[in-house]
Design a protein around this ligand. Structure first.
Ligand code: ATP
Ligand code: MG
Length: 351
């Protein structure tokens, strides 16, 4: 097939005076783009990279791909990860991965948490702040964790995200509003291990509702493949990171990532995490691939909490969590990339 790889390269992103230095940390590097192109070619496809910006309408009309491999994070707006898929749907071009609503929803962490809570799935209690002086919900107790509501790749996440009193809370809210110009998400701080579960596949009954806990569950889940969970090895990082998977670890120290994969967990725990990841995949409406991030509450018998879902997980072959998990499962990188493509092609009846 002729496959157009759609992505937003860091080096093509706009810039302006006073732009925060981490503004484009979630965009892709040329290294990742090259690796995906080579992997698609290894799968027997003709692959071409197109920048996912406003030039895309014209380049797609010229190139006429059979399908797009979409990993665009977008540049601006509260639904920026959904913009390219929206264009593709207008142009009736097939593409890999989740669709418009899911991508816009998952980008917004508070909205995602509302959907998870509605379905009884465990996510830390939270409050959204739009102003620095809003009163704190009396049900939320310190320490709390403060992060931007619509960023990724650890943007706005540092040791200072953990706040122990009102003064620290207000200072961190101010930093987030100044830097990211969006609401801040304040959650109960979950002290404990950090685990992420990667999934490729599709549910057999993709309706966005909770997976029934009865005999129908295995049938619904059979189309999903769970990679072995990855645990971030916090002990390997300086104490200044405060046991948090920070932006600094994800960006500056990305090439020396310390993790345990498979995570040293009991089979029962893995099963529980997989079930929760699949339930999240279902209620958020994911397709083809996703990664669900958890924290295990050390104060409550390692009880898992869902932090967020990533329907566009990083695909750098060297250090992205999903690729490390796939490798630990014996999958080559081309196998991973081509599986995602094949899943989408199958959904569109291209195979
Ligand atoms: N409520 C919380 N309690 C404890 N730690 C948290 C909490 N929320 C986030 N963290 C820490 O911050 C990190 C980043 O949070 P989160 O996964 O929401 O952000 P992200 O930047 O979107 O991540 P990604 O790179 O996966 O897109 C988590 O991996 C975890 O270490
Ligand atoms: Mg995360």
């Amino acid at each position: 097939m002729k496959v157009a790889l759609l992505a937003n390269l860091k080096k093509n992103a706009p810039s302006w005076p006073g732009m925060p230095p981490d503004r484009w940390d979630d965009l892709d590097s040329e290294e990742t783009i090259e690796a995906i192109l080579r992997a698609l070619e290894a799968g027997g496809h003709q692959a071409i990279f197109l920048e996912g910006d406003i030039t895309l309408f014209d380049t797609l009309r010229t190139v006429k791909p059979d399908i797009c491999f979409n990993i665009c994070e977008g540049h601006f707006g509260d639904g920026r990860e959904a913009q390219v898929p929206a264009l593709l749907e207008m142009m009736r071009i097939p593409y890999t991965g989740s669709r418009v609503l899911t991508l816009a929803l998952a980008l917004d962490k508070p909205m995602t948490k509302r959907v998870l809570s509605y379905h009884g799935l465990p996510t830390p209690p939270f409050q959204v702040f739009e102003r620095e002086d809003e009163p704190l919900d009396p049900d939320l107790q310190f320490p709390l964790f403060v992060k931007p509501s619509r960023e990724g790749t650890g943007m706005g996440v540092s040791a200072e995200s953990i706040v122990y009193d009102q003064g620290q809370l207000r200072a961190q809210l101010r930093r987030i509003f100044e830097r990211y110009e969006e609401p801040a998400l304040v959650e109960r701080f979950i002290e404990g291990r950090e685990v992420t579960v990667g999934i490729v596949g599709n549910l057999c009954a993709p309706a966005a509702r909770r997976i029934p806990e009865d005999e129908d569950a295995p049938r619904i889940l059979q189309g999903l493949h769970f990679f072995p969970p990855l645990e971030v090895d916090m002990a390997a990082y300086p104490a200044e990171e405060a046991g948090v998977y920070t932006g600094r670890i994800k960006v500056e120290m990305a090439h020396e990532f310390h993790c345990l994969c498979p995570a040293p967990l009991e089979a029962e725990q893995v099963e529980e995490l997989n079930w929760l990841a699949a339930a999240t995949f279902r209620v958020i409406g994911c397709l083809d691939v996703a990664r669900v991030d958890f924290r295990l509450d050390a104060r409550d018998g390692n009880r898992p909490y869902i932090l967020e879902v990533n329907p566009l997980p990083g695909l750098n072959p060297e250090y992205s969590d999903l690729c490390i998990e796939a490798a630990a499962d014996g999958w080559s990188y081309p196998q991973l990339i081509n599986r995602i493509l094949d899943l989408a092609a199958e959904r569109y009846g291209l195979r």
